[in-house]
Design a protein around this ligand. Structure first.
Ligand SMILES: Cc1cc2nc3c(=O)[nH]c(=O)nc-3n(C[C@H](O)[C@H](O)[C@H](O)COP(=O)(O)O)c2cc1C
Length: 189
C-alpha cells in the first residue's frame, strides 16, 4: 500500500460577507496540522466563483478548477453552518457542480448554529450518500451561544478537541480504505 499522505480538504460551506466559517476552518486545520498525519488544506468555495448551476454554459474556469481540486482530494471535512434548518445554498450549489470527483471518498462534518448546526449536518449526510461519500459518525457540533462571542468571534470550548481528533481519525481511516478501492477500480477499468 502507498505510504503517501492522504490529501484532506477542509471545505468552507458559507460564502456570505461577514461569514465565520474561515475562523472555524482555520481552527480545525490548526488541530489537524499538529497531527502531521495527512496533507490538510482549506478549500474555500468563494475562490471558485461558481455561478448558479444551470444559469450559464458551464465554461467558467472556476467550474473546472473546482472539479480538479475535488479530484485531487482523498477526503473532506465540511465546515457546515445552519441556514433555515439546512445547509447553505452556496454549499449545495458547489456540491452539485461535481459528481465523480466526490465518489468513493470519506467526509467528516463540523457544524455550527443555535443547536450546533445539527439539522444542517443531517441534511448534508443525505446528500453525501447520493454522491458515494462515506460520512463518518463523529461530528463536532459548535454552538453559536457557547462557542462564539457575540455570534461572530469564534472561541471554541476545550471539550470539542477530543471530538475533532476522533472525527479526523475516522476520516483518515475511511479515506485510506476508499483510496484503495478507487485504485482497484482504476486498474480494472
Ligand atoms: C439566511 C440565514 C438563515 C439562518 N437560519 C438559521 C437556522 O435555521 N438555525 C440556526 O441555528 N442558525 C441560523 N442562522 C444563523 C447562522 O447559523 C449563523 O449566522 C452562522 O454564523 C452562519 O454561518 P456563516 O457565518 O459562516 O455564514 C441563519 C443565518 C442566515 C444568514
Amino acid at each position: 500500500m502507498s505510504e503517501e499522505k492522504l490529501n484532506i480538504g477542509i471545505i468552507l460551506g458559507s460564502t456570505r460577507e461577514g461569514r465565520v466559517s474561515p475562523q472555524v476552518g482555520e481552527w480545525v486545520k490548526g488541530i489537524a496540522d499538529e497531527r502531521n498525519d495527512a496533507n490538510y488544506e482549506i478549500v474555500d468555495i468563494t475562490d471558485y466563483e461558481l455561478p448558479f448551476l444551470g444559469t450559464t454554459d458551464g465554461t467558467e474556469p472556476g467550474i473546472a478548477a473546482w472539479n480538479e481540486k475535488l479530484a485531487s482530494l482523498d477526503g473532506f471535512v465540511f465546515i457546515v453552518q445552519e441556514y433555515n434548518h439546512s445547509l447553505s445554498g452556496a454549499l449545495k450549489n458547489a456540491i452539485d457542480f461535481a459528481r465523480e470527483a466526490w465518489f468513493d471518498k470519506a467526509a467528516g462534518i463540523v457544524s455550527y448554529g443555535s443547536t450546533g448546526g445539527a439539522r444542517a449536518a443531517e441534511h448534508l449526510r443525505g446528500i453525501l450518500g447520493e454522491l458515494k461519500v462515506a460520512d463518518v459518525r463523529t461530528h463536532p457540533t459548535l454552538s453559536l451561544f457557547t462557542d462564539f462571542e457575540s455570534f461572530t468571534e469564534f472561541k471554541p470550548q476545550e471539550l470539542h478537541l477530543e471530538n475533532v481528533h476522533t472525527m479526523l481519525d475516522e476520516v483518515l481511516a475511511w479515506s485510506g480504505a476508499l483510496k484503495t478501492l478507487r485504485q482497484k477500480e482504476a486498474v480494472t477499468v
